[in-house]
Design a protein around this ligand. Structure first.
Ligand SMILES: [Zn+2]
Length: 255
C-alpha cells in the first residue's frame, strides 16, 4: 500500500476559469439580451431615448438565430432601498456621489455611483420584460442588482470581478462551451458596456450590433463604444451586416 498522494496533481486555487479557444475547437455562439425591461423603455422610470426602436430588430434577430443557439436575458432586479437609487440617499437623480460600501466580507469599498430614479424594483411592473420583446421558455434569465449594497451593471455581476454578486452567467456559458456572445439591449453606455467588458475579461469574443442597442447619453455612449473597440469587440451596423459576416460560423454553432 504505497502513498498515492504524490500521484495527484496540485489543483490551482483560482476559481475563475477563462475560456480557452484552443480547447474548444470551433466557435459556439450565444445571444445575450440585456435588460429588455419596462422601466428602460418608453414610459418607464428610466426610459432610454429611442429604446423602443430596438424591439423590431432584436425580435428579427431572434427569428434568424432561433435554430442555431441559446439566448440569455439579463434582468435588473433591485430591492426598494438599492444603493443606486437617488431616493435611498435623499438626493436628486443623475447626480454622481462617492459611497463607502461595507461589503459582506467587511471590506469597505469607496465607489463612485451615478444615482438613478427608482427603477426595476423586484416584483413590480417596471422590472418585467416589455411585452413586445419575444421571450421564450427556454431562455436563460440572470437577475442582477439584487442586493441593497451592490451595483451590477454587468450581466455577470458587480464591477469587482463579480466578487460580491455573481449571477452565474459565466458558469452557464462555460458549461455550454460558448466562445462568442452576440450582445443586444439596453443601455449601451452602462449595462451593455459593462457586460461586454466582463465578457472580454473572461475570454469571450463579443459581437455588438449597433441597430439593437441604445444608450442613456450620447457622450458616454460614444466613450463606451470607443473603449469596447479598443478591447476588440466586433461591431456591426445592423443584423444584415452581422449575418453576412458570420453565416458559416453561426451554422456551426447549432448542436
Ligand atoms: Zn439598475
Amino acid at each position: 500500500m504505497g502513498n498515492t498522494q504524490t500521484k495527484h496533481k496540485i489543483r490551482p486555487t483560482t476559481t475563475t476559469r477563462l475560456v480557452d479557444p484552443l480547447r474548444i475547437k470551433k466557435s459556439k455562439f450565444v445571444m445575450g439580451i440585456i435588460d429588455p425591461q419596462n422601466d428602460f423603455l418608453r414610459g418607464g422610470a428610466l426610459a432610454v431615448d429611442d429604446a423602443n426602436d430596438i424591439i423590431g430588430p432584436v425580435n428579427k434577430l431572434r427569428f434568424i438565430l432561433y435554430d442555431y443557439m441559446d439566448t440569455f436575458i439579463s434582468q435588473d432586479f433591485h430591492p426598494p432601498d438599492h444603493m443606486s437609487f437617488a431616493s435611498t440617499h435623499g438626493l436628486t437623480p443623475l447626480t454622481n456621489i462617492k459611497l463607502d460600501l461595507v461589503m459582506a466580507d467587511n471590506k469597505v469599498l469607496n465607489v463612485e455611483q451615478t444615482l438613478w430614479p427608482t427603477h426595476c424594483v423586484s416584483e413590480t411592473p417596471g422590472s418585467n420584460f416589455h411585452k413586445d420583446f419575444i421571450i421564450l421558455k427556454r431562455d436563460k434569465i440572470f437577475q442582477k442588482g439584487t442586493k441593497s449594497n451592490v451595483e451590477s451593471y454587468s450581466a455577470f455581476g458587480d464591477e469587482f470581478a463579480n466578487t460580491y454578486e455573481n449571477t452565474g452567467l459565466h458558469k452557464w456559458l462555460l458549461q455550454k462551451e460558448i466562445t462568442d456572445i452576440i450582445l443586444v439591449g439596453l443601455a449601451t453606455d452602462y449595462c451593455v458596456y459593462n457586460t461586454a467588458k466582463d465578457a472580454i475579461r473572461l475570454g469571450y469574443r463579443v459581437h455588438l450590433i449597433l441597430s439593437c442597442v441604445r444608450g442613456v447619453k450620447p457622450d458616454s455612449t460614444k466613450k463606451a463604444l470607443a473603449d469596447l473597440s479598443n478591447r476588440k469587440v466586433v461591431f456591426y451596423d445592423d443584423i444584415e451586416d452581422f449575418c453576412n459576416a458570420n453565416k458559416e460560423i453561426i451554422e456551426q454553432s447549432s448542436n
